[in-house]
Design a protein around this ligand. Sequence first.
Ligand code: CU
Ligand code: ZN
Length: 508
Amino acid sequence: MKADLLIAGGTVIDGTGTPPRAADVAVTGDRIAVVDPLPAGVEAATVLDATDRVVTPGFIDVHLHTDTAALAPDTETNSGLPSLRQGVTSEICGNCGFSPFPVSDTVADTLGDVLTAAMGEGARFFADVPAYRAALEERPLGPNYAPLAGHGALRMTAVGFDDRVATTDEIAEMCDALDAALAEGCFGMSTGLIYPPSMFAPTEEIVALAHVLARHGRLYTTHMRDEANRVDEAIDEALEIGRESGVPVQISHHKVVGRPNWGHSTATLERIDSARAGGLDVALDVYPYTASSTGLLALFPRWLLDGGLASVSRLTENETRDAVRAESRTAGPGARSALVDAPDTVVISAAAHHPDLEGHSLTEIAGDNGDPLDTACDLLVEDPGVQVIVHQMNEEDVTRILAHPLAVVGSDGGLGGGKPHPRRAGAFTRVLGRYVRDREALDLVEAVRKMTGAPAERFGLADRGVIATGRRADLVVFDPDTVRDGATYDDPLAPRAECPTSSSTAAS
Ligand code: CU
Ligand code: ZN
């Protein structure tokens, strides 16, 4: 037999959770031809010596905002390198309610700013999945893409940006558009219930759409309405949607935000476990950091977002600022109250008009005589797309969630410029270095399962995520003793702390 590639002498962790074994892996074309024992006389064009290395399936990042990376300007972030360098070979996009389709031309022209803010410069919009796929096919792709349909895209096309209940006809229009997207190969639907216009949907609207998902055997992923002091209610809403429709529910980037809520992940995970024990198909994903990242606008009250970005100009009025201040004070601990009670935890990550402010907190920027909330308002009026990193989580919660058997890994990486969150380039290697090796929060086999076999099964990537004959040859080879993340808040795209020089490719 003649293979294209032989990965020889490594320890295979196959992604299913079974123990490691010494094995060679032969690849022909883009498929795994044989996993040890190799028949006699295997020859390969290239032999990769994997002695002292582990060989695993390519990692599957279940939560990204890189939908239009290949279509955007050719930068390092957009190239796919931040994923590939940490072993990620497949990306699930269209998360948190944002996808570049199905968006009508009218909506793309008038409201595209919101998606550009969420998805990065160069974001483009498409009427349907085939148009999106055709555009992607014109450009070289880095990792594989598996898109979800964003509920925000469906709702902005059918309803617009108003804070109101959708009519029966509008719900039918959204259901039809989702039905088409799923028939055309979408992997599920996401909501972003803190972002307009997804946030304006009552539970019943999502249940109607979830029935369409259930019919197609696809899943529902959700950035829930609250991840702080009302996280329990938010989980209950997600569970109710699953119960009413029969759809599998995936809680996106599960976390507990706000110092007074620290430790509460024990309760949230119990809630999820008991729903699961009651027969509900619910699971979750998580990124391995104690800071989140989103648009600065997401820290503002819902009424400000009614009607879309135009409403942001109201922040020039003092009454509006006072109303925001009052509401932030009563929001309860969490990201939404951070504007008034913890502005030092809110750090600007991207501000196109003020790159000098990137890396600085609202408290620092306001200075001794300024007010951080005024600073936030000024920045938003000038540029509603300002992005922030919010340091409001606790390491014990992150560790507990990551180690939970139902949790898989999703970076939540995006395309934003400036000093983006290091999760874009470091989430997977951070799990392997910090949480598996240094902290022993979970073992290597389990971590690999959470990055490969488990997400492939959860999201329906039929031929990926496991090392076995006939599967796609998406493979990663690494040294478990040295693998670690290099990306930091100061240097967010750095691939790794040190590059081992010993990895070698030997010709046969
Ligand atoms: Cu997200
Ligand atoms: Zn999200």
